[in-house]
Each structure stands twice: as C-alpha cells, then as structure tokens.
Write a protein that binds this ligand. Structure first.
Ligand code: FAD
Length: 467
C-alpha cells in the first residue's frame, strides 16, 4: 500500500502541503503527474507553457527521487482519462490520495469524480486549499458577503495576514527506499523545448524570488511600470505552475522588508498588493463560476455588439497596428511568451477600445501565448481593461496608446528593442513616427485613436446610460 500525491499546479518540493502530509502518513509515497494535452488544448494553453510544465516534471522526478519518492509521469490525453488511471492506481495499492484544490470548473468536476472513486473503494482523499494564500470564501465582508471590489478585499486580507501570518511547509525528509510494482503506464512525452529560457530547477526559482525580495522589492513602486526596466519579479511563470508558492513569496518579503511590507506605498507593500490581486481574482472566480464560461462580470456589457473585424484582430496579434508601443508589446508576447503588466493593460485596452474587438478574443489569444497563463488573472485583467469586470476602469476612461507610450517608455528604449525597424527614429517621434519621411518602413496606423474612442463610447452607450 502507498500514499499517492497527485501533482498539478503545485510542481514543487518545498511548501507543498499535499506532499508534506503524504510523507507523514506512515506509508511509502508515490507522486503522480498526468499530462493531458487535449484538455490543455481545450483551455488554449500556450505550447510554451505546456513545454515548461513537461520540463519541470522531468526535473521534479530527480528532486523527488532524492527523497525516495518515485514520480510517475503519465501521458494521458484528456481529463476524462483520469478516473480509469486512478482505478488502476487503487488496484496497485493507492490507499490515500493527497492533492491541492483547483478552482476552475472542469478541474473541480474532475477532482470530484476522483474523490468518488476513492470513496467507493473505501479509501480517503485529502485536499488542501493552497493555490490562493487566503482560501476562497475566507475573506468576507462584515455581513458575510463576497467582496466585489479590490480595496476593501485587500484591507480585510491584510488584517488577516497580520493576524495569522502565512505558513509554509518544509521540504519533507527522505523516506526509506521502496520497491513498488506499478502498472505500465504510457510515459509522459518530452516537450518541444520552447520554454528553454526558463530554468526549471526549484532552487533557481526560489533564489530568483529571494533576490527580488532582498534587492529589488524596495524599488518596485518606482520601477514596475516601465517595460524597459527589469523592475518586476518575472516570477509569474513559476507561480502559475507552482514551482514556487505565493505563500513563500510573502514569507520571504516579510523577512527581507522588515516592517516595510505593511507601509503603504513602499515598494514591498505595492508588490504584496499584486499578490493580493492574484488572490482576489481567484476568490472572484470561485464565487462567480459563470466567469469560467466567459460571461462578463458586469452583465449589461454582454449586450454590446462588437464589430470584431478579423483583419484588425490579425494586425493586433502580429504586432502590426502602426502604434509602436502596441506592436512592441505584441512582439514581446509572441517572441517570449511573457509581457510586461503595463503593456498587457495597454494592448488589452487597444484591442477593445481602439479596434472594437470582443475582449474574449484577446483573452484567448493571451492564453494561447503566455507562459504564465492563468485563467483567473487573465480573465480578471481582460475584464478590467475592457471595463466589463470587477473594479473595471470606467468605460469612458480610455487609454491613449501614444500618451501611455510617452509616459512609460519615455526614451523609446523598449520600443526600439522590440522593433528594430524603428531604431533610427529620434526619441521625440518614436511614439508616433508616422509624420517622418521614414514612416514608410513601418506599418501605417490601422485606426485613428480619437475616432475609435468616440465609437467606443457609442458602443457602451448602447448598454449603459451616459454619465
Ligand atoms: P510582478 O509585478 O513581480 O508581480 C508578482 C506576482 O503577482 C506575479 O508573478 C503574479 O503572480 C501576481 N500578479 C501581478 N499582477 C497581477 C494581477 N494584475 N492580477 C493577478 N495576479 C497578479 N498574470 C498571470 O499570472 N497570468 C495571466 O494570464 C495574466 N494575464 C493578464 C492579462 C491582462 C490583460 C492583464 C492586464 C494582466 C494579466 N496578468 C496575468 C497580471 C500581470 O500582468 C502579470 O502577473 C505580471 O505581468 C507578471 O509579471 P511578474 O511576475 O514580473 O509580476
């Protein structure tokens, strides 16, 4: 008999409660990972993220082997294949199942089925809620309601943090060596190597996080909005698949930033705020499952009939809109699988409010390219930018892509890095090079921002009263 730890978005050895508890069970421990490319495809998971997961699982096999925990990595196809695999593992001796709760609908349905299978076989499952720092449903208003606005959510969240702190679980001690006879499963395939720019070693990710907390968090508030600077942590890919946990980030931040983490507007406090946003969107997703079905949070905005011009959408995807900051950002996404947060806001606003394309098209395109693709954060970010979500920017507040560019990439350093065809354009014109003679080398603007802005107001007026 053995305890089974089913790993999903928690691909780590440190601060892994399911793994830690399984190691306390007194039974030998077997870890399990099931690759499900058909389900991933159904969720539009980017190939670069799929590769990152596969590479990480291979590395995790070595890390767990050092603890005498075999990691069985199976090539499945779809979530629907999971129940049968679990039956086989129960037959092979799986006595107890350990895992972490997931928040998306299909994942929850899959896990319920697995719990039923274990229960029918008279075996127990233990699910731990660790994806968010404060479990969904645990941060409620005084009247017991779900917060739908970030600021009061954050206030209560921070009060809870001060009260309880966050707990991290140590790496389990090595178990005695075991020899188990397991059925022959189809072995997980290798990825395509497209995520090679990201190291998959857990200690590397932890070190990057520690360095950020020690050396950079203090400057976060000042630098985070400038895509030419490496002012943010670049930890999102690791957080998305759980190579590190948000709990570890907070623990380390509190250690390195003494009292600063709780001092409003300090770099550390602003960075912590981003991790609270991460929790906020997880909580919202659990409370409003219709979001998973791509419904707008502000229901009236689903009445807008978006023109959805396919050629404009293609121009946006390819970074050929004639707006340098937008094009540079889209090329960053297409080339690296990551995009700076300020740019995510700019290009999302541009797609919806300049090109008049349904935010869901952009949401899906982002998922299909991002190494850090996460349903809750991505949906939350898109609905925020589209003025359809919680805390959404009011629809009449519309980003001007050129002034955004002037403010956040003042010398055009980022633009020139991504758009070498604009390398010779002087700083002053880099944000809008079209009047210059060399504009010919660059795409003409696909829309006129001031006209597009008026059209957006019209579209929103069809469902909202003018303010
Ligand atoms: P840092 O600035 O160092 O922040 C630290 C961590 O906090 C991030 O790694 C991330 O886990 C979390 N975080 C930061 N900002 C947010 C936020 N606004 N919402 C939720 N969590 C946040 N983030 C994703 O992880 N996955 C996504 O699919 C995703 N899609 C987005 C789509 C849009 C349209 C927008 C506007 C934002 C999106 N974000 C998403 C949030 C944010 O842009 C990224 O988390 C951030 O750019 C990652 O870089 P970093 O690790 O250097 O972040």
């Amino acid at each position: 008999a053995f305890s089974l730890v089913w790993l999903r978005n928690d691909l780590r050895v440190y601060d892994n409660q399911a793994l830690f508890e399984a190691c306390q069970s007194g039974l030998p421990v077997v870890a399990l990972f099931i690759a499900t490319p058909d389900s991933w495809q159904q969720h539009f998971m980017a190939p670069v993220k799929q590769d990152f997961i596969r590479r990480r699982v291979v590395q995790l096999q070595t890390e767990l082997a050092a603890l005498n925990i075999p990691l069985v990595a199976i090539e499945g196809s779809h979530y629907s294949a999971v129940p049968e695999l679990m039956q086989q593992l129960i037959k092979a001796g799986a006595e107890l199942l350990y895992g972490h709760t997931e928040y998306e609908l299909r994942e929850r349905a899959r896990d319920r089925k697995v719990s039923d299978i274990f229960a029918k076989a008279g075996k127990a499952c233990f699910w731990f809620d660790r994806k968010a720092v404060m479990p969904p449903g645990s941060i409620l208003s005084k009247t017991g309601g779900i917060y739908q606005i970030f600021t009061p959510f954050k206030k209560t969240w921070l009060a809870r943090l001060r009260e309880t702190g966050v707990r991290c679980f140590p790496k389990p001690k090595a178990l005695p060596e075991i020899k188990l006879q397991l059925p022959e499963f189809s072995v997980m395939q290798q990825g395509d190597g497209s995520s090679a720019a990201y190291a998959v070693d857990e200690l590397h990710a932890l070190e990057q996080m520690r360095q950020f907390c020690r050396d950079k968090a203090a400057f976060y508030q000042a630098e985070r909005d400038f895509p030419a600077l490496a002012g943010t942590s670049s930890l999102s890919a690791y957080l998305a698949i759980g190579v590190i946990s948000a709990q570890q980030c907070i623990n380390r931040l509190q250690m390195e930033a003494a009292n600063d983490w709780d001092k409003e507007k300090s770099g550390a406090a602003v960075w912590l705020s981003e991790l609270v946003w991460r929790d906020f969107y997880h909580h919202i997703l659990m409370a409003f499952p219709e979001l998973i079905k791509h419904k707008a949070f502000q229901k009236d905005t689903d009445g807008i009939v978006w023109p959805n011009d396919a050629a404009l959408f293609q121009a946006w995807c390819q970074g050929k809109t004639g707006y340098p900051i937008v094009d540079a950002a889209m090329r960053q996404l297409n080339q690296t699988g990551w995009m700076h947060n300020r740019l995510r806001m700019i290009v999302a606003s541009f797609l919806v409010k300049d090109l008049h394309i349904d935010w869901r098209w952009g949401e899906q395109y982002f998922m299909s390219k991002l190494i850090d693709g996460d349903f809750a954060a991505n949906n939350g970010g898109w609905q925020w930018a589209a003025s359809t979500g919680t805390d959404a920017a009011p629809y009449f507040r519309i980003f001007n892509p050129v002034t955004q560019s002037e403010r956040f990439d003042p010398d055009g350093v980022f633009i020139k890095r991504m758009l070498p065809e604009l390398a010779d354009i002087p700083k002053k014109q880099i944000h809008w090079p079209h009047p210059l003679p060399m504009w010919n080398e660059y795409v003409k603007p696909v829309v006129d921002h001031s006209k597009a802005r008026l059209k957006t107001l019209e579209l929103f007026h069809t469902v909202k009263k003018p303010q």
